[in-house]
Design a protein around this ligand. Sequence first.
Ligand code: UDP
Ligand code: MG
Length: 343
Amino acid sequence: MEDVTSQDGERPQRGSASPSAPVLAIVVPCYNEAPVLPRTLSLLLDELELLRNEGSIDACSRLLLVDDGSTDGTWRLIADAAARDGRIMGVSLSRNSGFQNALMAGLMEARAFCDACISIDADGQDDERAMGAMVEAFSRGAQVVYGVRSSRQADGVLKRVTAQGFYRFMAAMGAKTVYNHADYRLLSRRVLDELSGFGEANLYLRGLIPLLGFPSATVSYERRRRMAGESHYSWPAMAALALDGITSLTVKPIHLIAMGGAALSLLSFVGVIWAVVVSISGHAVPGWASLVCIICLIGGLQLFALGLIGEYVGRIYLEVKKRPRYIVERRVGRAPSRRVTPD
Ligand code: UDP
Ligand code: MG
């Protein structure tokens, strides 16, 4: 993996417009983002214009907003913006389908017309100025460009510590994820084509994209605070996303539990032999408290193991149903016609 920028937000110097500048789609999943959307729109449109004027991207490039079943007028804002500005397209999902599914919906819509797409949150946390370096890395051959946070100053201490623990845990479990990378990334159309073949219901793009392979690069940026509104990720929602990540990428926890169970059985076998020896020698063990503690401990471990296996079984159940991950209800704006580019 190549690291393209060392300084955050630094814009690469470029020459005049290239005739083969890529058609870029900026994909933004939005769920109840009405308070922040007007500002995000203006920032992203400015950036799109800048990249276009630099000649880094084609004039047909688009901003594609996905309304993930919002209830606060987000769709009205998107539809109005698309009616006013030909660079904006909007897609509305039939209900709230979750961040990862909304993102996937946007990527699959963008795949129909773009050469590359960049996914970015609607809340202004991801620095849009890093897009120039992403496009630059793409033009140099990277098929995937990961936006990586250079620091987590905008997060609280607890979030920083738990996030770090999560990345370490994922690495220990053998799941490949990019450290400090969320869902701010560039994907080439080739990668989008391959991604469309992954039909899993339990979608975790941060883990799935590194699995695809292809030449990749990273661009670092400073993550800002949310410009307005509130995060949709409470602690339970974050834990659920982490569990999705773990169970969708690795079965190592089940192996560990099986090995732990085997070690515990071996230990209890030794304990039985010891108890027999002690009782034969006439020194019976009187304490019941220690016995209760051990029973509780083993009972707890068994319940945990069963619960974890249940999580996997539940996900298998969801996968075999093969239900669509999202349903597109409405579309606004016009996509540019797809250009035929050599592979
Ligand atoms: N989002 C979405 N559907 C959801 C929840 C969130 O499309 O069910 C979008 C949200 O509008 C934002 C992005 O996903 O653009 C990330 O969400 P958020 O900023 O709340 O997460 P955080 O940055 O706090 O982890
Ligand atoms: Mg956010």
